[in-house]
Structures are given as structure tokens and as C-alpha cells.
Design a protein around this ligand. Structure first.
Ligand SMILES: Cc1ncc(COP(=O)(O)O)c(C=O)c1O
Length: 454
């Protein structure tokens, strides 16, 4: 699609709508001349060049990429109106779009019933899930894997809940034996299973966590902020296909979080939380004398902890889902390419003398380290840091990676031959979240082999 054409189309569409109202004078205090703007804009665009090239496949670092152009046009067009999805009074059109897009997310996870809404981030979405966990099991704590996102420990602190990390197994998944032993103690009210850990992309065995939790009367929340859209690959007849069991079990869990601003092609400001039981809406009950007056229909602010929220974020997601719906033949194709890229690269690394896999990728995160001379953790740590720095500093052929700090015990479980001469080490980590990675992987691999051998 032609971004310039549709950005203009958005400005025109809103202008035409505004022209249907009685004309009025814009206030002179807001006036800015094109000359003034040109000067500020030139400094602004120059400042933006300080960014790393998140759009390019040579950026193989963190979970970052620009949104789909459809999301950009949807966001900017709706932003010209600037609706607030807190209440139907603030954003009637975009609040309805939000409910439709959230229903599509619920369908993607196979939820038969749901209550859900968008949030500004995965952090806030998880906070809401843990808030409901606390209301349902007052006085009981929350368990999560030691590999879960740090937000769970932090938010337990915010909510005054006892948070208990559970050890992870050799593949970075929540250890089921340790979980069972912990739940036997009766102190835990909710378990968080992570479907795609932030560091390694490991998928906790949601189905087994669910069975253990249910046998002890414990709830299950799934943090699929990063991994959630990979459910579209569950059971797929494709090299990218994933084992169905953990993904199908999400439909039976109590809540799930997914971030459209990660793998849903959206700009930042778009997380989502969904509860299986719509009755949990009762924990959000509050009175607002200034809102909720035009309709008896449910206002999104009545079922969320946040107040003001960008209606433009819902608009962008709704428009994107019209074109690339959260189905295997829509958005699923994007995720399949990312996972195939990760699998192909893992094979190239396994065949390489210069690089070594830390562990096999489950989704699209590849973890690896320079193998040449890698006898000790300090050598690996230094070589990883050197590759990261030299890759970014190379003006002619730059490459952008990220590092992951791993504990020496975790390293030893996967690579017993390495001398543990320090507590932990940095290894390299690449999130291949752009589908273009698939056709770029040989180039990326050769570049990293060069850097590793330098
Ligand atoms: C599994 C998981 N949960 C939660 C978060 C936090 O999400 P956000 O950065 O949108 O607040 C992340 C971020 O990477 C994540 O990967």
C-alpha cells in the first residue's frame, strides 16, 4: 500500500467530516507558520536519526519493529479526532472497534466467553490480571517461573501480594515438579504460565500447569504478551507449526495477556487482557460522576483500571485486523516466516564452528554465543559484548544484536563443558520478529560468523 496516498486520504476523510459541522475560526494562539514548522521539523527528523534501524533485517536485537502501514494510517487518522476509549462518551466509534478487535483476540485463543479490553502495555495488562487474581484469592500469593517477565514480581509488590518464583527446567520452562510441590503448600492462589518467555521464547507447558493448578484449586493466568500470536501456528502443517497442547489450553485458563504492539503489527500503546469469566467485571465497579452519561452500554473504563486510553490504538488494531486478521492465513503467515527464519538460523549456527546455540529456539528468539576459544564464561561474556559493540560500530556493514545475561547454573545445564569462572555471562540474543528475516538469514549468519572470527 502507498503510505503517502493513504496518509493524505486520512487527512482528507477527517477534513470532510469536520466540514459537515458549522465553520468557526481557529484561535490565533495555536497558529504555526510553515516556515516555523519547517525549521522545527528539520531538527526533529535529524534527532530521529539517532535511532537504530529497527525496520531493517540487519537489526536483529530486541523485540522492536515499525508497525504495519495500515496501523500507521489507522492510528494517525483516528488521532486527528483523538478519541478517548475510557468511555463511549469519549470515543463511541473507536470503543466499538476495540470491542470488535478484542473479540477477535478472544476467538484466536478459542475463549468461549470473555471480558477484555486493550491496555497501554503488557505491563498494565498483567497488572490487571494479577489485580483480579488478588480479589478472587485474597491472602493467597502468585507463582511464576524464574524466567517470567520481571513485571510479575514487581506488580505483586505493587498489589501487596506474595510473589514466588518457581525454578525453570533445562529448556527455560516452568518446572512442573517444583510447581506441584509449591502448590501443595496451599499458599498460592494463582499461577502465571508464560507462553513465550521474554529472554528465550520458551513456552511453559500451559496444559500441564493447568492440570496441576486445577487439582489444587488454583487459578491460571497466561502471560502471552510476546508469544500470544504464535497460537496461530498451533497444529499447522508447516515447518513453522507448533505443538497444539499448550496453546489450546489457554482457552481453559482464567486470563490471558497478549501485546498487539509486539507481534500484532501495532505501534506502542497496545496491550490486551482477556478474562474467561465475564463476571470478574464486578471487581472493576466504580462510580464516575463525570463520565458514562450517553449510554447504558458497557463503557470500557468500567472494566479497566486505566482511565484515558488512546482510541487511536484501537482504530489501528481494528483496521489492521481487517487486512491481516488474527487467523493462520492472515497474521499467521507473518509469524510463520519469523519462526522459519529462527529455525533455519538455528540450523546454520549448529553447523558452524564459530557460533554455538545456547538453546534451540521455540518461537523466533535465537540465543547463541561465539564458540571460538569459548572455554570459560568470562571468555564468552567478553566475546559476546565485543560482537555486539563491533557489529553496531561498523559503518560499512552494521548489524544490531542484543545480549542476554544468563546465570552460570543455567549455562552449565545446557553446556556442561564450559568453565564456570564467574556467576553468569552475557550471550547474544536476536528476536527475528520481521518476516523479512527469512530471506535475510544467510546474510545475517555470514556477517555474524565474520564478527565471531574477528
Ligand atoms: C512475556 C512478557 N510479559 C510482559 C512484558 C511487558 O510488556 P510491555 O513492555 O508491553 O509493558 C513483556 C515485554 O517484553 C513480555 O515479553
Amino acid at each position: 500500500m502507498d503510505l503517502r496516498r493513504w496518509l493524505t486520504g486520512g487527512v482528507d476523510a477527517i477534513g470532510e467530516w469536520q466540514a459537515t459541522f458549522w465553520p468557526f475560526e481557529r484561535h490565533p494562539s495555536l497558529r504555526v507558520s510553515d516556515e516555523q514548522f519547517a525549521s522545527a521539523f528539520s531538527t526533529f527528523t535529524e534527532r530521529l536519526r539517532e535511532n537504530y534501524p529497527f525496520f531493517h533485517p540487519s537489526y536483529a536485537g530486541q523485540m522492536l519493529k515499525p508497525p504495519h502501514p495500515a496501523a500507521v494510517v489507522g492510528y494517525l487518522t483516528a488521532m486527528l479526532v483523538n478519541p478517548n476509549n475510557h468511555a463511549l462518551d469519549g470515543g463511541p466509534a473507536t470503543a466499538r472497534m476495540e470491542r470488535e478487535a478484542v473479540a477477535q483476540l478472544a476467538e484466536m485463543f478459542g475463549l468461549a466467553t470473555h471480558l477484555g479490553h486493550l491496555t497501554t502495555s503488557g505491563t498494565i495488562a498483567n497488572l490487571e490480571a494479577l489485580y483480579v487474581a488478588r480479589e478472587l484469592h485474597p491472602g493467597r500469593g502468585v507463582a511464576y517461573s524464574a524466567e517470567a517477565h520481571y513485571t510479575h514480581g514487581r506488580m505483586c509488590g505493587v498489589l501487596g501480594l506474595e510473589g514466588t518464583p518457581v525454578e525453570a527446567d533445562d529448556a527455560g520452562r516452568l518446572d512442573l515438579g517444583a510447581l506441584d510441590a509449591l502448590l501443595a503448600g496451599g499458599r498460592i492462589g494463582t499461577v502465571v504460565a508464560t507462553a513465550g518467555t521474554t529472554g528465550l521464547g520458551a513456552i511453559d507447558a500451559v496444559h500441564e500447569v493447568l492440570a496441576i493448578a486445577r487439582s489444587r484449586g488454583v487459578r491460571v493466568h497466561v502471560d502471552a504478551a510476546y508469544g500470544g500470536f504464535f497460537t496461530l501456528l498451533a497444529g499447522l502443517d508447516d515447518p513453522a507449526g507448533l505443538d497444539e497442547a499448550p496453546w489450546r489450553a489457554i482457552a481453559e485458563c482464567d486470563s490471558v495477556v497478549v501485546d498487539p504492539h509486539k507481534h500484532g503489527l501495532q505501534p506502542y500503546g497496545c496491550g490486551a487482557v482477556l478474562f474467561r469469566d465475564p463476571d470478574v467485571g464486578r471487581f472493576y465497579l466504580h462510580d464516575s460522576p463525570y463520565t458514562y452519561f450517553t449510554s447504558d452500554e458497557l463503557h470500557l473504563g468500567e472494566i479497566s483500571l486505566e482511565c484515558s486510553r488512546a482510541g487511536a490504538a484501537a482504530a489501528a488494531l481494528w483496521l489492521t485486523f481487517r487486512l491481516l486478521p488474527p487467523r493462520p492465513d492472515g497474521l499467521g503467515q507473518v509469524l510463520a516466516a519469523c519462526r522459519r527464519a529462527a529455525l533455519r538460523w538455528a540450523q546454520l549456527i549448529s553447523d558452524s564452528d564459530r557460533l554455538e546455540l545456547y538453546q534451540r529456539p521455540e518461537l523466533d528468539i535465537v540465543s547463541y554465543f561465539p564458540a571460538a576459544g569459548a572455554q570459560s564464561l568470562s571468555a564468552i561474556d567478553q566475546a559476546s559484548a565485543r560482537m555486539l559493540a563491533e557489529g553496531m560500530a561498523d559503518q560499512a556493514d552494521p548489524v544490531y544484536l542484543s545480549t542476554l545475561r544468563v546465570a552460570s547454573s543455567d549455562f552449565a545445564r545446557r553446556h556442561p563443558g564450559i568453565k564456570l569462572d564467574r556467576d553468569g555471562a552475557r550471550i547474544l540474543r536476536s528476536v527475528l520478529m520481521k518476516p523479512e528475516a527469512e530471506s535475510y538469514i544467510s546474510q545475517l549468519h555470514s556477517r555474524l560468523e565474520q564478527l565471531a572470527g574477528a
